[in-house]
Design a protein around this ligand. Sequence first.
Ligand SMILES: Cc1cc2nc3c(=O)[nH]c(=O)nc-3n(C[C@H](O)[C@H](O)[C@H](O)COP(=O)(O)OP(=O)(O)OC[C@H]3O[C@@H](n4cnc5c(N)ncnc54)[C@H](O)[C@@H]3O)c2cc1C
Length: 433
Amino acid sequence: MIKRAIVWFTTDLRLHDNETLVRAIQENDEIIPVYCFDDAFFNETAFGQKRIGTFRATFLLEALSDLKAQLQALGSDLLILRGDTIALLCGLAQEFGVTSIYTKQHVSSEEISKLKELRNRFTLQGGKVNTCQTHGLYNKQDFPFSLRELPDTFTVFRKKIERITPIRSALKSPSVVTSPLLPSSDLPTLKELHLEEKTADKRAVLAFKGGEKAGLARLRYYFEESRCISQYKETRNGMVGGDYSSKFSVWLALGCLSARQIYQELQTYEDTIEANESTYWLYFELLWRDYFYFVMEKYNPAFFLKGGIKNNIPQKNIHNKALFEKWKNGQTGNNFIDANMLELKYTGFMSNRGRQNVASYLCNDLHLDWRYGAAYFEEQLLDYDVHSNWGNWAYLAGVGNDPRENRYFSIEKQAKTYDTHQEFRKLWLKKKS
Ligand SMILES: Cc1cc2nc3c(=O)[nH]c(=O)nc-3n(C[C@H](O)[C@H](O)[C@H](O)COP(=O)(O)OP(=O)(O)OC[C@H]3O[C@@H](n4cnc5c(N)ncnc54)[C@H](O)[C@@H]3O)c2cc1C
């Protein structure tokens, strides 16, 4: 009897270093690659924002189109479904006689409940759900401590693992994918997803294009072609243009790039071109990404509560719709904050320096509920990643993993230091082009 499995793609839209896909191929005769647009995905959040806005949805559609074409070239396809994910997957499994479903291991609360629901229903059908850790650099099984013992500060975490815990090698892309004859399925349009088209803003740091191919091309550009990586530590606090930082986050968020693949290329760069503080610093930042993933696994769902993991409810911070709208639309009157918020509104991207400042401003100057800010980022950011977004927001709101109490950014000082000649503010505060 033919052994068939479904590979349910979520935020792992790639062929390279995708253990979920590789395992499914190794353990089965035929696989059915699937992506589902879940109905709930397009509902508003509790904070009145969409879960996904036009920028990320456009990038997602491009990424899916790329993955579909790549799978077709290997003899398979990507089945695009829309509706109630669990019912669709279980129905598909029944139709094709599938006995296993393979998917990425998620750690945030909503995704965990979905997985649980899938496991419960699919087990009743006699099937098995297998999950793989394809998110970051590390697998938690390789740590010298349990998840419960995961340190609450990044520095302690880093010192416990770096140079001690090995990073597993990135897996190669499969060269053939065998599938049964699949029905044809098309990607939805933005309109069908109830989202409006937006024209590209010429001031954007990059013309981001979704997909594994574009992600790998960016990796090649940043390392081999431009060698920008060699100056990363000096430039990473920049705010204008494509090269001050890697911009890998946008592809990492949907899994078009794997963190381990980046790390592997980084090692090659260090071995063949140069190893310096900048090359180390990229690893350091990718480690932050991993850290927020594991912290969410440890504390979730406390991460989404106003008092965060510290259960420290900020008394002064309450929602004020009028002030919040001004912050969102770049109309606070503080030109550094406004310029950053306009960049986010018109392009879906903001530098790390900008994000720290606008988040601090919302919490410490406007005294608003930080979760509304995080929810707006969720809708707007091209690189939205549940762990990094909510983790960084909680950190800046003083309810997360920041060991320092009352961290405060003087916006004026930050603007002077990081936008000394007002290049960034001039770019964004002039009329939209
Ligand atoms: C309030 C706030 C919200 C944020 N929301 C997100 C989010 O939704 N998604 C997201 O990927 N990052 C988020 N970040 C982290 C960081 O701002 C972005 O990862 C970074 O700006 C992306 O640009 P880059 O890829 O050029 O970064 P680079 O400077 O080139 O860094 C390389 C990679 O390291 C990782 N990284 C860097 N800084 C951080 C950090 N502080 N936390 C976690 N990972 C980091 C990212 O994967 C990034 O791609 C947020 C930061 C703040 C302060």
